[in-house]
Design a protein around this ligand. Structure first.
Ligand code: C2E
Ligand code: MG
Ligand code: MG
Ligand code: MG
Length: 281
């Protein structure tokens, strides 16, 4: 009996899987150290602009520069942060850093209508301490919730839709703007979309990429129409070219985030970019 068990186990732990597990664990250790040291991780800010090119907001995005391994993409480390539970602590750091930055910019006398968006992982939202901690941090820096947009993905809704809806409603009532990120890539069901307390729909860049394709264009156009019919602000992610912007604008998309307007930038660079962009009319 033990022999067959042993054989079964050997089959499961094939070398490639072992290697993958090993690199996950290594990444997790490295990430834990980075969070503890609080040196290698930083935030960049990517503008969200209207059709006139005016900045209406920015998304805070994590960057990780490892002393030996160089820059590690969030596409790589966010999943590890999520599977290891480190995302809760990391997410708190992000919120604190964003609040500190907003306070800084407000003190400099700008930012105003420009909201800063923060990505919130499903584990963070599921935590009952999330809202009180968030409010405490905002209070510490004297920031109003209307300065902040919370980006959640459809995966937050997978386990407990009713619970998540209630949590998002409470956050929206506090004054936070709620955005559904990467729309169209998850397990979207149009039936729950109307149950969600949303303000913003972010169309995933994988759709924008396919804009030259006729049937894809019709799909994007329909997605935008759904958002607008629900009175949501629609943001297109990953707009890299002028022609994408034109096509999206014709579909009545009102906000754009992408390399065509601005890449994610370190705080100071974003501040300079903002002054330059929003000064000219
Ligand atoms: P996301 O929230 O959907 O963020 C948009 C991603 O699209 C960012 O990737 C951004 O750099 C990229 N992007 C923006 N414009 C363009 C463009 O024109 N072309 C292309 N090719 N890409 C564009 P990034 O920074 O690599 O982040 C990847 C994902 O990692 C984010 O996707 C988000 O899900 C996650 N992430 C990043 N920072 C955080 C964080 O602080 N907390 C959590 N929970 N997740 C984060
Ligand atoms: Mg996002
Ligand atoms: Mg997104
Ligand atoms: Mg995306």
């Amino acid at each position: 009996q033990s022999k067959t068990e042993g054989r079964g186990r050997l089959q499961v732990f094939d070398p490639t899987l072992l290697k993958a597990l090993d690199s996950q664990r290594k990444l997790e250790r490295m990430l834990r150290t980075a969070i503890q040291k609080n040196q290698q991780l930083s935030l960049v800010y990517q503008p969200k602009v209207d059709i006139e090119g005016q900045c209406k907001g920015a998304e805070a995005l994590l960057r990780w520069e490892h002393p030996n391994d160089g820059s590690i993409s969030p596409e790589e480390f966010i999943p590890v942060a999520e599977s290891s539970g480190l995302i809760v602590l990391l997410g708190e750091r992000v919120i604190e850093e964003v609040c500190k930055q907003i306070r800084n910019w407000l003190n400099q006398g700008w930012l105003g209508e420009c909201k800063i968006a923060i990505n919130i992982a499903s584990q963070q939202l599921a935590d009952d301490e999330f809202k009180p901690k968030l409010l405490a941090t905002l209070n510490q820096y004297q920031i109003h919730p209307n300065q902040i947009e919370l980006e959640v993905t459809e995966s937050s809704l997978l386990h407990d839709i009713q619970g998540t809806v209630a949590k998002l409603k409470a956050l929206q009532q506090e004054g936070f703007t709620i955005a559904l990120d990467d729309f169209g890539t998850g397990y979207s069901s149009l039936s729950y979309l109307q149950e969600l307390p949303l303000d913003v729909l972010k169309i995933d860049k994988s759709f924008v990429e396919k804009l030259t394709n006729q049937s894809a264009s019709e799909l994007i156009s329909s997605i935008i129409a759904i958002g607008l019919n629900m009175d949501l602000q629609v943001v297109a992610e990953g707009t890299e070219t002028e022609s994408q912007v034109t096509a999206l604008a014709n579909m009545k998309c009102s906000l754009f985030q992408g390399y065509h307007f601005g890449r994610p930038m370190p705080a100071e660079e974003f501040a300079n970019w903002y002054q330059r962009t929003n000064a000219v009319h």
